[in-house]
Design a protein around this ligand. Structure first.
Ligand SMILES: *[C@@H]1O[C@H](CO)[C@@H](O)[C@H](O)[C@H]1NC(C)=O
Ligand SMILES: *[C@@H]1O[C@H](CO)[C@@H](O)[C@H](O)[C@H]1NC(C)=O
Ligand SMILES: *[C@@H]1O[C@H](CO)[C@@H](O)[C@H](O)[C@H]1NC(C)=O
Ligand SMILES: *[C@@H]1O[C@H](CO)[C@@H](O)[C@H](O)[C@H]1NC(C)=O
Length: 373
């Protein structure tokens, strides 16, 4: 038993040393391993981290991993590993509130894709079965409309989600009206937020919209009276609609997908009301601190600019930063998990600067239009 254990240790130590370039080994600073971005263990950690990022988000569409852009591992004897991950992500066609697994969600067409980069600090302790995401930050942008127009002039164009724009507002109202007439029984759906707008010239202007809806009941008496949803009403589903005109008439469509009631998590099992939305439940339970992070949406730089082929474009940046400490030697990591190891892991400042040698890894969708530099 002791023999196999120490043999295992030996292999671990050797494995660790072989991935450190000798020049970077320092006497004082903790050692950071540089595993390959195509390493299967790194890929599964990246998958877990992104799953937790998606779970934490309240806005936008579920992210999928496109590639691991960079990775460092801080292996800590007896108390697991802290991974510093830089992940290139793409959004999918599933809204985060649908709580679907990213594996069940497809990336959309190139012209509707939002892409970018997430930085995450991820703690793993397999013997204690802890996977914890203490911090993340992401920056995303829509794919460049100008570049799409060059490749595919007739493709739909992603527009900013502006429900004050009268043409977008009209498309949303018309499709919501159709949805309320056709599928709402004993209740009415109300616009919560516009989440996606695509414009295309078909036989005339055509707007495709996606929006979150809340619901409020209507009385059964005649004339039917419908209540307004309360100010804190939470979205119950996501609807897709479109409004297309030609020179004689307009064509309206609308369908919705409703969110499944949230699976009972440890957090919610204390609450008898299973109707409590996830958002409220998590803010109402202070002891379990979730991950800390946010997603920053940057605009498409090619929108509103005068077309000028001569102009040299500066490379797009994805300034996501995440750090839990500025101490060069690190500090103790505070974990949300109940099953704390005896020895607290150490978190270091997020390693910036040069990439690991075997990074970035291969991309699932290698188009340069959707890969951060
Ligand atoms: C529209 O809003 C959603 C989140 O509600 C976001 O994911 C998306 O990037 C936004 N799109 C644009 C073009 O602003
Ligand atoms: C949204 O549309 C309205 C009306 O067209 C316009 O006044 C406003 O500036 C737009 N807002 C943004 C953020 O583009
Ligand atoms: C995430 O980014 C925001 C804004 O850039 C920053 O204020 C915040 O400190 C970052 N979060 C962490 C955990 O580093
Ligand atoms: C990544 O790993 C897979 C299998 O482990 C291998 O088939 C593939 O060639 C690797 N790709 C690169 C770019 O190293």
């Amino acid at each position: 038993m002791i023999l196999t254990l120490s043999l295992g240790l030996l292999v671990l130590v050797q494995g660790a040393w072989s991935t450190i370039p000798p020049a970077q080994v320092s006497q004082t600073l903790p050692l950071l391993l540089e595993p390959s971005c195509n390493d299967s263990r790194v890929l599964s950690m990246a998958g877990f981290a992104l799953e937790k990022i998606n779970e934490d988000r309240k806005e936008g569409y579920i992210f999928r991993l496109n590639r691991v852009a960079d990775v460092r591992e801080h292996h800590q004897a007896g108390s697991g590993s802290v991974y510093y991950l830089t992940l290139d992500v793409l959004d999918t066609t599933c809204h985060v509130l649908s709580k679907k697994n990213s594996k069940d969600c497809e990336t959309g067409q190139l012209f509707e894709t939002v892409y970018g980069q997430c930085k995450a600090i991820f703690y793993v302790n397999l013997p204690r079965r802890i996977l914890d995401l203490p911090a993340y930050n992401c920056t995303v942008r829509p794919v460049s409309r100008r570049e799409i127009a060059t490749l595919c002039p007739d493709c739909p164009a992603l527009l900013p989600n502006n429900s004050s724009d009268p043409r977008i507002f009209e498309a949303v109202s018309e499709s919501l009206e159709k949805i309320n007439k056709e599928i709402a029984v004993g209740k009415k759906f109300h616009l919560f937020k516009v989440t996606k707008v695509l414009f295309q010239w078909v036989v005339g202007p055509s707007y495709s919209v996606e929006f979150l809806v809340t619901e409020a009941p209507c009385t059964k008496s005649l004339p039917e009276k419908c209540l307004q949803p309360p100010a804190d009403a939470q979205p119950v589903g996501i609807c897709k609609g479109s409004l297309t005109r030609d020179h004689v008439k307009k064509y309206v469509s609308g369908t919705c997908e409703f969110f499944a009631s949230q699976p009972t998590s440890a957090l919610e099992s204390h609450s008898p009301e299973h109707q409590v939305p996830q958002q409220l439940a998590s803010t109402a339970a202070p002891p379990l601190e979730g991950p800390k992070g946010s997603v920053q949406y940057l605009p498409d730089p090619s929108v509103g600019k005068i077309e000028d082929g001569q102009e040299k474009k500066p490379p797009l940046t994805f300034p996501a930063h995440v750090s839990l400490t500025t101490e060069p030697l690190g500090e103790e990591l505070h974990l949300a998990s109940h099953f704390l190891p005896e020895k607290k892991p150490i978190v270091l400042p997020f390693p910036e600067g040069s990439r690991s040698n075997e990074c970035p890894g291969p991309a699932e969708h290698p188009s340069p239009l959707i890969l951060p530099p």
